[in-house]
Design a protein around this ligand. Structure first.
Ligand SMILES: Cc1cc2nc3c(=O)[nH]c(=O)nc-3n(C[C@H](O)[C@H](O)[C@H](O)COP(=O)(O)O)c2cc1C
Length: 328
């Protein structure tokens, strides 16, 4: 069966992989606001192969959750190939390998951004994944090579071209080194240089906090598409704003009612699609991002920390909305 290609382009903003956050309820929320493609949180290939508890939950999906790219991390070619194979059996078709994560637990396995320290193994792993998933079905999300914060770009370019020749479907670049974490600024020149030498699509990531940032990044770099990360965590409607800007329409100011609708919808999706208290606790981290900067945001955070059921959360929000009503 011929699969349609993943939508990539200026008019198709993606939701980036976000460990702990790009879960099923959040992905569906972002899709309602116009996210064209969503990427799962990173999933350990080893965890998947060894059926470790917790991994299955990261792969929860639903019929409306398409197109969906599963992001894996790991550094052992046979394990990655096996993981792709197992995912294919469960109906997943698009994959991504994390070559950018700078969390110590991931780096210690030689995975994430550490893959750029061992290019031969990275290429072997990429080949194994592409060999299993098929040409064009796997993307790779990169950071800058460790010595590239300032100048040489040749190592990243050579590596990217090897991935392209091998049958990668697309690349994504968050143009900072792992050592930089989120410090400094994303290097738009590196994005531009990489976009110029690839024939497969390049997705831009990094410092896309608003739709204006996104459009500016596309214009400045010539990247084929982009993925919103922290910008979506702050405002899942960033996708709708992005699409409005693409159509040269004015952005509508966001008021309390708008924010309220976003939050209610996220809660409704979470209650509908998850069980137990795990998501409820997650909401303690999610909701304060939505209301950051508003009067009463800190008090809301404190009240949420004491919330043990959805009723408590609703009560904390009711109190917050009364304070914030005229603030934006
Ligand atoms: C909370 C959080 C979780 C993330 N998890 C992942 C992940 O699982 N896989 C990945 O490749 N990148 C991950 N990233 C990186 C983002 O996808 C993105 O590349 C990065 O945040 C830069 O984009 P931004 O500056 O627009 O947020 C994560 C970022 C954040 C803030």
């Amino acid at each position: 069966m011929m699969l349609p290609a993943l939508p990539i382009g200026r008019h198709h903003p993606w939701l980036a992989p976000l460990a702990g956050f790009s879960d099923l309820p959040f992905r569906l929320l972002c899709r309602e606001y116009g996210a064209a493609v969503c990427v799962t949180e990173m999933v350990s290939a080893k965890g998947l192969v060894h059926a470790s508890p917790g991994t299955a939950g990261l792969l929860a999906t639903a019929p409306g959750d398409q197109p969906l790219v599963v992001q894996l991390f790991g550094a052992e070619a046979p394990v990655l190939a096996k993981a792709v194979n197992m995912l294919q059996d469960r109906g997943f078709v698009w994959f991504d390998l994390n070559m950018g994560c700078s969390v110590r637990k991931v780096l210690r396995q030689g995975a994430g951004a550490a893959m750029l320290d061992n290019i031969p193994n990275a290429l072997k792993t990429a080949r194994a994944m592409i060999g299993t998933a098929g040409s064009g079905m796997v993307g790779f999300k990169l950071r800058l090579c460790p010595d590239e914060a300032r100048a040489p770009f040749s190592r990243l370019k050579d590596f990217a071209l090897r991935l392209q020749d091998m049958g990668a479907g697309r690349l994504a670049l968050h143009p900072r080194t792992a050592g930089q974490g989120f410090g400094g600024r994303a290097d738009r020149d590196a994005l531009k240089a990489l976009a110029e030498c690839l024939t497969i699509p390049l997705m831009a990531s990094g410092d896309l906090m608003s739709a204006q940032d996104g459009i500016r990044c596309l214009d400045e770099t010539g990247a084929d598409g982009l993925m919103y990360a922290r910008g979506a965590l702050r405002n899942p409607a960033v996708f709708a704003a992005h699409l409005r800007l693409c159509r040269k329409e004015e952005l509508t100011p966001q008021n309390v009612d708008f924010l309220r609708a976003v939050i209610s919808r996220h809660i409704a999706l979470a209650r509908d699609l998850t069980q137990g208290n795990a998501y409820l606790w997650k909401m303690r981290a999610i909701l304060p991002r939505y209301v950051r900067g508003l009067p009463g945001a800190r008090a809301l955070r404190n009240r949420l920390c004491q919330s043990d059921d959805w009723h408590d959360i609703e009560k904390a929000l009711d109190f917050f909305w009364r304070t914030a009503e005229n603030a934006i």
